[in-house]
Design a protein around this ligand. Structure first.
Ligand code: ATP
Ligand code: MG
Length: 174
């Protein structure tokens, strides 16, 4: 199934649910016969969605990052290299046109940390094949990205159990 016109969506904001919203969309798209590819930036850990992807032929997830926090003021060279590689890979996937829904998970954070260039991401958005739906997730979406996108949702953090001392939970947070 190919979309006639794929759009650009952004899930941003401080509330929980950005990555999982994109995975919910993936679930819906796969049900309609679409092929989904997610590139996760700044991540390198066994999230539940990676295990799901092993079971679904139309869902691919790859990670480009280290399993630790990146220092925003002074990122390691390897953090920049991995993010660059991730974006190059994402470009190949988007331009290839085989995948109908491409999710760039945490790309907004990679941009905010200056691991990848805004021009490169804007270029990818502008040059994508018409049928590809592109989703960009992560806090601090750049205003140029927001401007160019067709759909922008900001998750609002009203309550999170983290502040009550509840630690991250397997299956819910990762
Ligand atoms: P999820 O992956 O659960 O959809 P997210 O993509 O919206 O969350 P991120 O900013 O990518 O959120 O952060 C991921 C991790 O931080 C998750 O473990 C999530 O539960 C946690 N988290 C998200 N929002 C908050 C918040 N407002 N307070 C505390 N922890 C949060
Ligand atoms: Mg996320």
């Amino acid at each position: 199934m190919k979309l006639e016109k794929g759009l650009v969506q952004v899930y941003t904001g401080n509330g929980k649910g950005k990555t999982t919203a994109s995975l919910g969309l993936a679930l819906r798209a796969i049900g309609r016969g679409m092929k989904v590819y997610m590139v996760q930036f700044m991540k390198n850990a066994k999230y539940g969605e990676l295990l799901t992807a092993e079971k679904l032929s139309n869902l691919k997830i790859v990670q480009y990052g280290r399993d630790c926090f990146v220092n925003k003021e002074k990122p390691e060279k390897i953090d920049v290299e991995l993010a660059h590689k991730g974006l190059k890979h994402a470009e190949q996937i988007v331009m290839g046109g085989e995948y109908d829904l491409v999710i760039l998970d945490e790309i907004n954070v990679a941009l905010d940390f200056k691991l990848v260039s805004l021009e490169d991401v804007l270029g990818l958005i502008k040059n994508k094949p018409a049928h590809v739906e592109l989703v960009l997730t992560g806090r601090y979406a750049d205003k140029k990205i927001v401007e160019i996108a067709d759909l922008v949702t900001e998750m609002l953090d009203i309550k999170h159990p983290f502040r009550e001392g509840v630690r991250i939970r397997e299956g819910i947070d990762y």
